[in-house]
Design a protein around this ligand. Sequence first.
Ligand code: ADP
Ligand code: ADP
Length: 226
Amino acid sequence: MITFENVSKVYSNGTLALDHVDLQVDKGEFVFIVGSSGAGKSTFLKMIVCEEKPNEGRVIVNDTDVTALRRGQIPYLRREMGIVFQDFRLIDNMNVYDNIAFAMHVVGASAREIRKRVPYMLGLVGLQDKAKCRPGELSGGEQQRVGLARALINNPAIIIADEPTGNVDPALSFEIVDLLSEINRRGTTILMVTHEHSLVKHFHRRVVEIRNGKIVADTGKVEVQE
Ligand code: ADP
Ligand code: ADP
């Protein structure tokens, strides 16, 4: 589903952020990407969503060499992924329902589909009572659940999450990863950057550790025990 082949990234200021990275992630895996600050984790995710291009190597997502995509093709790639941000990135002046509905609207869903699917997704993340609230009226954990609902609304094959629990308290962190696990059980591939050891220990998933732009540890594929 995702393959890195000999991928290196040097930023324009000369920083080597990824150093000959090889990695394969199969459909349906749940992978934690760990490593200290500055290790190259965000750069790694940016290669997948095509926010940055490597200087060397190839990144294949869903059989597409994303490093060869033209700018105009990138939005089509992103439709196959749901992206969850540490800082939520919700639209402040839209209520919860509209934040999620908007993500369907931009990919051309009909009003009928939107009316059907948004309430289902609000139920899945447990926010049916908060549909009319603005993001500013919600707790951090609730805002992140809106972020998750938005990432999931178009049924992506892959979820990319860059420290999705970075701005919520520890109890809620587990809740967020529980939700991601539930989504993973339904077949969605998940890559999640985190620096929370407690989460990594608790959830027993594949762990890939990046240090100085290199993969220095990889548990490999982990079979999930139900
Ligand atoms: P992490 O997500 O693990 O904290 P990053 O991928 O953000 O690491 O950064 C890896 C390295 O690349 C760091 O040394 C960082 O300072 C550098 N870096 C990240 N983004 C840029 C950029 N846009 N320009 C120059 N250097 C960058
Ligand atoms: P151990 O002593 O068994 O390595 P750790 O607490 O160091 O235990 O690591 C537990 C798991 O977390 C390991 O699978 C390790 O690869 C992973 N890990 C390593 N570095 C980090 C990190 N910065 N953040 C989160 N997890 C990490």
